[in-house]
Design a protein around this ligand. Structure first.
Ligand code: GLN
Length: 194
């Protein structure tokens, strides 16, 4: 809909998988996984409404098909968001977390750091946070994959809930393919045999 979709497409292709851009509900048919990229979640909500994608996306997530939201995409997938635009904003939901939409501040408060992510092996992984959200509350089915120091507390930067993956940062802006490989492994496990 908006944001860093081209970069995600490139990463998926580098791993040997097929990637297409989705703008219409009918383009979801036949896909094995879906990435909601980073960008601006209020804009994404508006575009999703205009393109008639809100209900199809909710149905997609509800059906348990693999879905990965990065940054604004993570906000879209969250069941609850604080710091929304006045009047609220459209969310797809499905991920049982509360997200603080601009936890790490505005554009000039972007930063890069190294995360240790046990499910991705021992080597630290670079993470680019841009006006990034943070997860401040999780439901019982949510597995925390990575935390990062926040304002006087550690906050959650990556989670998995079944076939839903969510990251507060932008793996597609680094050269490390491990997050995309993890998502493709989830997709592969779920995909119907051909
Ligand atoms: N905080 C932004 C939002 O509300 C997300 C920023 C990003 O995706 N880099 O949409």
């Amino acid at each position: 809909m908006q944001g860093a979709f081209v970069e995600n497409e490139t990463m998926v292709r580098r791993l040997g998988a097929c990637a297409v851009q989705v703008r219409k509900p009918e383009q979801l048919v036949g896909l094995d996984g879906l990435i909601l990229p980073g960008g601006e979640s209020t804009t994404m909500g508006l575009v999703a409404e205009r393109w008639g994608l809100v209900e199809p996306l909710r149905a997609w997530v509800r059906s348990g098909r693999p879905t990965w939201g990065t940054c604004a995409g993570m906000i879209m997938l969250s069941d609850r968001a604080i710091g929304q635009k006045e009047g609220g904003q459209t969310l797809v939901g499905g991920l049982d977390v509360t997200v603080n939409r601009n936890y790490f501040g505005r554009q000039n408060e972007s930063f890069e750091t190294w995360l240790i992510v046990p499910v991705l092996g021992g080597a630290p992984i670079r993470a680019v946070f841009i006006r990034a959200p943070a997860i401040v509350e999780t439901g019982s089915a949510v597995e925390v994959l990575a935390t990062v120091p926040g304002r006087g507390e550690d906050v959650i930067a990556a989670v998995r809930q079944g076939n839903i993956l969510a990251t507060a940062f932008h793996p597609e802006l680094t050269d490390d393919l491990r997050w995309h490989a993890l998502f493709l492994a989830i997709v592969e496990r779920q995909a119907a045999p051909v």
